[in-house]
Design a protein around this ligand. Sequence first.
Ligand code: GDP
Ligand code: MG
Length: 744
Amino acid sequence: MAASQLHVALAGNPNCGKTTLFNLITGQNGYVGNWPGVTVEKKEAKLTSDKSVTVTDLPGIYSLSPYSPEERVSRDYLMGGEPDVVIQVIDATNLERNLYLALQVVETGLPVVAALNMADLVEKSGDKIDVRALSRSLGCPVVMISALRNTGIDELIAEAKRAATTEGGATEHRFDSAIEGVLDQIEGCLPGSVPASRRRYWSVKLFERDADAVRALKLTDANARKVEQLVAQCEKDCDDDAESIITGERYAVIAHIIDGCLKKAPARMSTSEKIDRIVTNRILGLPLFILIMWAVYSIATGADAFGTAGTDWVNDNLFGEGFELFGQAFPSIPGAIEGLLVSAGASPLVQSLVLDGIVAGVGAVLGFIPQMFVLFVLLSFLEDCGYMARVAFVMDRVFRRFGLSGKSFIPMLVSTGCGVPGVLATKTIENEKDRRMTVMTTTFIPCGAKLPIIALLMGAMVGDAEASWISPLFYFLGVIAVIASGIMLKKTKLFAGRPTPFVMELPSYHFPSIRSWWLHVWERVSAYIKKAFTIIFASTVVVWFLSNFGVYEGAFGFLPAMEGIPEEFTDYSVLAMLGGAIAFIFAPLGFDTWQATAMSITGLVAKENVVATASSLLHIADGTETDPNLWTAFAGMFPTMGAIAAFGAFNLLCAPCFAAMGTIRAQMNSGKWTAIAIGYECAFAWVVGLIINQMYNLIALGQFGIWTAVAFAFIALIAFQLFRPMPKWAWDDDRQVAPAGTAA
Ligand code: GDP
Ligand code: MG
């Protein structure tokens, strides 16, 4: 263990501030989130102040007994021998729950330094923590810090470096003497190769009957039997099971420790608690969430809001007529590029590719940056200040009523940014059926890349002005799709089962640090820009080729240059042939044109492509004449409002982009389940589109046909599955519902 290569591991409960600390001391910008499970993979980086120190940010866990994948990741890493010292991050405002893990980490015998985080909040509350007393009873150095306000960090690093070079201390805390006696005897059964500092840890694990421990230690049969006898006898004496005995002992130790080091300020309701009386209120919680998300989407896409004003300015000036700045006239970007191309003597083919293909497509996507920016400024604020954690809590109550766990809602909150981390966040769900179901449904929530689709739909359906109330509808369509799917799927044999319990910390409300706020926004916006210049760029080139080359009067070639071709030359393109071949699928949804089909298909590569392809196709069709208003041009591609809404619903709900589908594949770890997930999403999206279009036709236009009947049949089927009581077998033991021959 040369001092030139020091490994520091950050361990702690979810939400205690590990990632905030990690980002602060390494200069990284890992995701700081206000709910558990955001850090599922461990993350490594060098210390900014000393490059010889490597810091690892571990997933948040509550205990070292592995119940969930992230607990296993953390434990395996800690016990794997790599870390030289563990910084045990403790949320000082929640000592009892945090010490539960801290005690176990100290028990491992690894050198530990405890970082009492959130010093700022402790100070504000008026509580007093005796750091020295805590250090004495934990048996490791303790440093008060605030990762958010950057206090105490230097001392923490210094302590960690010092601790790394010394042997891990012996565990200070002692359980009840009867239990200690049994633990001593178990220790005697351990192989001699287990070092002194680890012996207590392993004896406790054996006492708990931790299957991993039994395997790792390779006990002899005789010793294994002896341990089992000791544990069984102790269980009989205490009239309790082994795991509960240890849990009880730990809480007794914690109560004793807290007694000796914490002086609570006279109880008064903190501001956070006062806010929570309203925000997590049984009756008000849900409507408040709806109201807030409504405001967020309205502001981001609203007609007179900053985001839309920005997007309009970009579209009208940068991509429209050009603009004037400081009395100087500037051409628009397409204008400038056109000038360059013409003066360079570019052929019409190249001009068309660059202007109608790339500039129109990529430009349309870039035009939404101001709206994206506003959306993520608002969402990041809600996340960082602690509100979103409350939403998970509120939704848990709603979900539970339908047999779903609130844990399933966390990935959905993450998906509001991007479906990829959203799907990854499902790792925290222990129950396999619930996890699969959440993977299947979480991408129904509109991610950032779907915002342009929403904004476009909104503009196309209602025109520019006063349409902002439309866009939240599409967000809630996603939320409702998730909840409805959850309820329906839970009543099938594939997903039945009791919801897993859900506990989470509710951090105190605070004003986010500008740095982490900005990092969140920048992370999303920069990813969006990067995508525009890579995937979207490449896609627009492909779309341009497919829509400009084709067969006319038996000859294949560049269509606009062909003799006597009608103005609507794209109808002869390869894209028209490909799209036209499968467009019939969408006929009942009201948009069976090859253009709409092409948009939906390129949307599977990246959702921004729906807008990029629309813009590109419209430009090509119009020649070089730019329709100043993408909204109206887009609306002109559809027969009715109902068809636009159906197109929107289908594209927002169907299979997500390639990246998210890849993540689903990795998460499901099974081709069959990936197919089920993607198939369900597409089928569900199609049915919703069908219902929207057919109901619009019936109610607004008075049309009734065979597909109207089919739509009614689907409505009846969905209503049946939603409202029938939970089948009796659904909450029985899992094993009883498994078909014969598939026993695990
Ligand atoms: P992790 O789950 O342990 O990685 O925790 P995070 O780093 O994601 O932090 C959870 C929440 O606690 C975030 O909202 C942070 O802004 C907040 N937080 C972290 N450290 C502090 C601190 O020292 N003081 C205060 N007031 N908040 C903090
Ligand atoms: Mg974290």
